[in-house]
Write a protein of this length. Structure first.
Length: 207
């Protein structure tokens, strides 16, 4: 009974959510688009002609934003464990980013292209056990940071979703070593009750 009430409350909130309504009217696949739009506007991450990698891409709203920003001159590569409806102009791989073979496939598809922006909206499948979920979140963030360290060209940008909690400060401090500036952002479209924040690294220092 409690679950039913909770589900109804969530659905009611979802239906009335202004970002959900805007996503429908503006043609985005989810409300998450507005998180990236705000981050991009604030930190000027993307522009015409850039190469962007979108990790944890499904259902595709961040890839949609990236496509609109980089235009026909740019390239967008996306990866997710879940299937994603095709997006014209996005090169998509379905697979687990934690597996070496999937990572190798992505790097092969890049073919040595210098990457300007790495985006990661990856999140673990939530178990409901806070310590476990937090550890998994930080681990995914570490994998994304390692990938960015290898693939981002000097001066490139990095956006990663992490959850505030155990390990967050250590992760933020490690990420800060790789960029000229690292910002902690909480976009307006991110729900207040959520512990998620986005780290935005600008000016990749290179290897």
């Amino acid at each position: 009974m409690k679950r039913t009430k909770t589900s109804k409350a969530w659905m009611q909130e979802h239906v009335n959510d202004p970002y959900v309504q805007r996503a429908k009217s503006e043609g985005y696949r989810s409300r998450a688009a507005f998180k990236l739009l705000e981050l991009d506007e604030r930190d000027r991450l993307m522009r015409s002609g850039l190469v962007v990698v979108d990790l944890g891409a499904a259902p595709g709203s961040w890839s949609q934003v990236a496509l609109r920003r980089v235009g026909r001159e740019g390239r967008v590569f996306a990866l997710d464990l879940l299937p994603m409806e095709p997006l014209g102009g996005v090169e998509f791989i379905q697979g687990d980013f934690q597996e070496d073979a999937v990572l190798a496939e992505l790097e092969s598809k890049l073919g040595g292209l210098p990457v300007d922006v790495v985006l990661s909206d990856m999140a673990p499948n939530m178990s409901g056990i806070d310590t476990t979920d937090q550890a998994r979140s930080i681990y995914l963030g570490e994998l994304a940071l390692e990938f960015a360290g290898r693939q981002l060209k000097p001066g490139g940008s990095f956006v990663v979703k992490v959850f505030q909690g155990q390990g967050f400060t250590e992760y933020r401090n490690e990420a800060a070593k790789h960029f000229n500036a690292l910002h902690v952002r909480k976009p307006k479209a991110s729900r207040d009750r959520s512990a998620e924040v986005y780290l935005v690294g600008v000016g990749h220092r290179g290897s």
